[in-house]
Design a protein around this ligand. Structure first.
Ligand code: SF4
Length: 292
């Protein structure tokens, strides 16, 4: 990859700590991880680039600058550390900083000054307890809402009142992650967390936030079957929740804790196409979702 490509490094989620950049072609936007060993290379000048493989062009488009980890969005991690230890997640090992309100205001204001800020996304690990983390998110959303008239999305581990409290504070969308819909795998990889609680919280969030405003990350490649993925997608969409399928990205910091491989492109495409059909059957529109 050319040195001229501006990259970003998320500090939460499965890709935390991995350098990446944003590429737009047609109506599509993808975040690509930068990897010197990749058979795919980037050529081009300025923001117009082409991805090539074996010397042949695959697709042309343009680079998009990230405001704060994302084009047109201020994407912020409140607590970059976590007392839980989901085996695929690098956040507990990264033990990053916990941002205060002033730091958050500064980052959002920098993005605002560019004139391109369309949304704010907040995510968080759990610094001490899920209740304290939810309270912190509520107070940050409330303070941001008083200053910025853009959609605000929040992704945290739910509490009994987090949906009502965040909505009241001014959040537009909510994301509670199931991670996997296989209960046995969940119990193994997300010890001390509850899939049942996440599902109940998602169900309760839909009437509070409304249609196309509640979503859930759903990782593929933790050992689950295709049937489990599609049954899980059906369960979530029946509740009115948008499942966001994400392939596992084996993280260097978790190599000793979990043995996983990124699923094949064929499997990802097949499951994504089936998911699209299920979403359409439930009249759910991820393209209408705003920030997260
Ligand atoms: S709850 Fe699990 S997935 Fe979320 S930040 Fe903590 S360790 Fe990572």
């Amino acid at each position: 990859m050319s040195n001229a490509v501006r990259t970003t490094k998320p500090i939460a989620g499965p890709g935390a700590g991995i350098e990446s950049f944003f590429f737009k072609f047609g109506d599509h936007r993808v975040r690509l991880a930068a990897n010197k060993k990749s058979p795919i290379k980037v050529i081009g000048s300025g923001s117009d680039i082409t991805l090539i493989k074996d010397g042949k062009p695959i697709v042309s488009g343009r680079l998009e600058a990230a405001l704060s980890h994302c084009p047109e969005q201020a994407y912020l991690t409140i607590s970059g550390r976590c007392v839980y230890d989901c085996k695929f997640c690098p956040v507990p090992s990264l033990a990053g900083e916990v941002k205060g309100q002033e730091e958050i205001f500064q980052i959002v204001q920098e993005s605002w000054k560019t004139g391109h800020l369309r949304a704010i996304s907040l995510t968080s690990g759990v610094e001490s307890s899920v209740e304290d983390e939810a309270k912190r998110a509520v107070s940050i959303v409330s303070a941001l809402r008083a200053r910025y008239d853009v959609p605000i999305g929040v992704s945290i581990y739910p509490t009994k009142t987090s949906s009502a409290d965040l909505k009241q504070a001014g959040a537009t969308e909510i994301k509670y992650n199931v991670e996997t819909m296989d209960p046995k795998i969940f119990a193994k990889v997300c010890q001390n967390l509850s899939l049942e609680h996440v599902l109940k919280s998602l169900e309760k969030a839909v009437p509070i936030f409304g249609k196309n405003r509640v979503s859930s990350n759903f990782i593929q490649g933790l050992g689950e079957s295709d049937e489990c993925v599609l049954a899980g997608v059906a369960t979530l969409t029946e509740m009115g929740v948008i499942p966001i399928l994400r392939p596992i990205s084996p993280h260097p910091l978790r190599r000793r804790d979990i043995d996983v491989e990124r699923p094949s492109a064929d499997r990802l495409l097949r499951l994504s196409r089936e998911t699209k059909k299920i979403l359409e059957a439930h009249d759910l529109r991820p393209d209408l979702a705003e920030p997260i």
